[in-house]
Design a binder for this molecule. Structure first.
Ligand code: FAD
Length: 501
């Protein structure tokens, strides 16, 4: 038997939300010359979740890797640019801070920038850390930049993501995949059939059609039709660490030009988001039902919304966690069927594309995939654990005690892995470095600093350097950022000029 005859030739994807269409777009692109039938079944009766509008930079890389033109994508998904997230009222009411994408400052004389900043701070320089972030300054001045003219300027390293309309994204990816030969079937799966060894054999639709395949991708949303309802892969429930378990969402009209960042405001029993798109704003309140009922949450959200509300409030329950095995037997779970970490750092759609990249790396064949499958599942779990710990950090470092929810967050148990990371940081500003980590050092520094967690000391090797020179160097860097940013176009002006049809 040749290796080729061992290749999988039929994939069936169940579900046509962002996860389903990103999966078929990726597979149809990577397998475009292979002898492989890719079919997606989606149910108009069930529909998609219809939220998920803020992203992080790696998603754009995934879109570009598909050969999609960025300006066309932005135009058709009504997207705006995102330099990061502004967190309001998380430390205390009235406080705020930025989590920008991208690096903070540059190494100085071989020393890490953050350590230099710590030393200068210890010696009385109170320039905020964010004065050294290009993205934070772009947020403050509400500007975008001209990427093609940024080389050799402080803007060269700027990293951005998008806010986008998730329904339009699914449509865009659907058209992309169908143009590459993917077959789309509209229908509702009513039954799943298994082989004797437990592998999935086929699914039946309500209209009587039966669809078989060699490998299945479960993108059916929270219900996990294949991975859980059929295969019982199990779920790690992390609600003890991340207590929010419901969200209420509404859309509103824009009242001003879209800001180039997401706003996440801490509220009585959770937090609200504000995500500005070209044509409207997405709003939501993520809360914990132990401390707040649906009506109070809806009222809180509606009071917080700036423009005229243009959709009916919708409640979405969820359980934070992930499948114990995301690839189980001949089934891969993606998107909400795989797991859900609350949307505080906009990581869900990224996890879909990251999982797909890993799946392509450990691609299955018709033979025994057990070893590859184990390694794949281990990697996906590491991604989730990294994000989980990073999210908990936002809550457990609060100094708020004004409501029962925030008292709970300040005192709840945290995982040992996060406890270790916090302790290491507190000693001398060190971080745990993980291979292929999503959140780089600058992200951890941003949250620690925003939540006023500081190391007890800076690295003593810095005492060999001249303090005055270091302070001058930092001031010059911050000033160069400010100047460079001030010459850039306003955010919406850039979108109108470069991305409009
Ligand atoms: P869905 O959109 O629910 O799609 C499920 C699909 O399965 C649908 O097509 C449905 O019709 C189909 N289906 C289900 N059952 C059947 C059946 N029996 N037969 C046939 N078809 C079936 N992500 C981010 O990256 N950024 C964010 O800011 C963000 N915010 C979020 C806020 C909230 C409150 C929530 C809950 C999620 C958020 N997410 C966010 C996550 C994001 O919405 C999802 O990851 C993304 O939309 C992918 O969803 P999905 O495709 O897995 O599921």
């Amino acid at each position: 038997m040749t290796q080729q005859s061992n290749n999988i030739q039929q994939f069936l994807i169940v579900g046509g939300g962002t996860a389903g269409w990103l999966a078929v777009a990726t597979l149809s692109n990577i397998l475009q010359n292979a002898d492989c039938q890719i079919t997606l079944v989606e149910s108009n009766d069930i529909g998609t979740i219809g939220v998920g509008e803020a992203t992080i930079p790696p998603l754009l890389d995934a879109i570009r890797a598909l050969g999609i033109d960025e300006a066309d994508f932005i135009r058709k998904t009504q997207a705006t640019f995102k330099w990061g997230i502004q967190f309001r009222d998380w430390l205390q009411k009235g406080s705020d801070y930025f989590h920008p994408f991208g690096a903070l400052g540059r190494r100085i004389d071989g020393h890490e920038f953050y350590q230099v900043w710590l030393k200068c701070r210890a010696e009385g320089d109170n320039t905020p850390l964010m004065a050294h972030s290009v993205e934070a300054e772009l947020c403050t001045q509400q500007r975008f930049f001209e990427p093609f003219n940024a080389a050799n300027t402080p803007l060269a390293s700027a990293q951005y993501a998008l806010h986008l309309d998730s329904g339009l994204v699914a449509n865009y990816l659907r058209d992309f995949a169908i143009a590459r030969g993917v077959q789309r079937i509209e229908g509702t799966v009513s039954q799943v059939h298994q082989h004797q060894n437990g592998d999935i054999a086929s699914v039946s639709l309500i209209d009587g059609q039966q669809l078989s395949a060699q490998f299945f991708i479960d993108c059916s949303g929270f219900r996990g039709l294949l991975i859980e309802q059929t295969l019982n892969a199990g779920y790690h429930d992390w609600s003890a660490y991340l207590p929010c378990n419901r969200a209420v969402t509404v859309q509103s009209q824009n009242v001003h030009d879209a800001l180039p960042y997401t706003i996440a405001t801490a509220r009585e029993s959770g937090w609200t988001w504000q995500i500005p798109l070209q044509h409207r704003t997405g709003n939501g309140y993520v809360f914990c039902d132990q401390f707040c009922d649906d009506q109070t949450a809806t009222d809180t959200l509606l009071n917080a919304v700036e423009g005229e509300v243009i959709s009916t409030p919708r409640i979405i329950p969820f359980t934070t966690g992930m499948r114990k095995q995301c690839w189980f037997k001949n089934c891969l779970a993606l998107g909400l069927a795989q797991g859900f970490l609350e949307p505080l750092e906009s990581t869900a759609i990224h996890l879909v594309s990251k999982t797909l990249a890993l799946f392509v790396r450990y691609f299955p064949s018709l033979s025994d995939n057990q070893f590859l499958q184990q390694e794949f599942n281990r990697k996906v779990e590491l991604d989730y654990l990294e994000i989980r710990d990073f999210l908990i950090l936002h809550y457990c470092t609060t100094k708020r005690s004004d409501t029962a929810f925030w008292q709970h967050c300040a005192n709840m148990p945290i995982p040992d892995s996060l406890q270790y990371k916090i302790e290491l940081f507190k000693q001398a500003g060190n971080l745990v470095h993980q291979d292929e980590a999503l959140f780089q050092s600058s992200s951890w520094y941003a949250i620690f600093t925003g939540m006023q967690v500081f190391p007890q000391r800076y690295n003593p090797t810095l005492d060999a350097l001249n303090s005055q020179k270091l302070q001058q160097s930092l001031a010059a860097g911050a000033n160069a950022i400010k100047q460079a940013v001030s010459k850039q176009p306003a955010h919406m002006e850039f979108i109108r000029q470069y991305c409009a049809a």
